[in-house]
Design a protein around this ligand. Structure first.
Ligand code: GLN
Length: 196
């Protein structure tokens, strides 16, 4: 049995919990850094990355988040969560958690199209995934070990680097749980390796 945590400092926390539960897997909201030890995988939700960063510092989460990722436990960042994962953020000197070899640009789909929904083809996940974008970032550069999973209008909007998964959009805002399920499979695989 696995348990998934959703970082519960700000943003679309409950929606991710619901999506994981809908996949038949246990999910908890992570409010204190000590709770990270209880979970096998962690979702960083969408919201506002600068606010989340402020709260990560306020509640002293940063070291434990970095340790979680470097220990090989899977992390999935959606929208603002993707920004938290990136090693480089355009126009910013320092990253946040900085464990995924990508550069991201924030709010990169323009003022005219702040939020929209499109059907995306996501490699190994879906031909027609309903992707909701809200003031979304996109991946400008991806390192050699990063596998691009989806593009929209030529821009990278979903990618995976080993046990780290990230997307520009909000998979938790529709009933389609296929991407959440894909992450759950990553977590199961990582856990089985740990005990192999
Ligand atoms: N614009 C937000 C940021 O830069 C991300 C938006 C979202 O998570 N929906 O952090």
């Amino acid at each position: 049995m696995i348990k998934i945590g959703v970082l519960g400092l700000q943003g679309a926390v409950r929606e991710h919990i619901k999506a994981v539960l809908a996949c038949g897997v246990e999910a908890i909201e992570i409010k204190h850094k000590e709770q990270l030890q209880e979970v096998d995988g962690l979702i960083l939700p969408g919201g506002e990355s600068t606010t989340m960063r402020r709260l990560i510092d306020k509640y002293d989460f940063m070291n434990d988040l970095i340790k979680f990722a470097t220990s090989g436990k899977p992390m999935f960042g959606t929208c603002a969560g993707l920004i938290l994962l990136a090693k480089r953020i355009i126009g910013q000197d320092v990253p946040h958690i900085g464990v995924m070899d990508i550069a991201v640009e924030r709010n990169s789909f323009g003022r005219q199209r702040e939020s929209f929904e499109v059907d995306l083809m996501i490699k190994d996940v879906a031909e027609d995934f309903p992707a909701v974008f809200i003031r979304a970032p996109h991946i400008v550069e991806a390192g050699g070990n990063v596998e691009v999973l989806a593009k929209h209008e030529g821009r990278i909007v979903a990618a995976r680097e080993g046990h780290i998964l990230g997307c520009s959009f909000h998979p938790e805002l529709t009933d389609d749980t296929r991407l959440t399920n894909y992450f759950i499979e990553m977590v199961k695989e990582a856990k089985s390796k740990q005990f192999a």
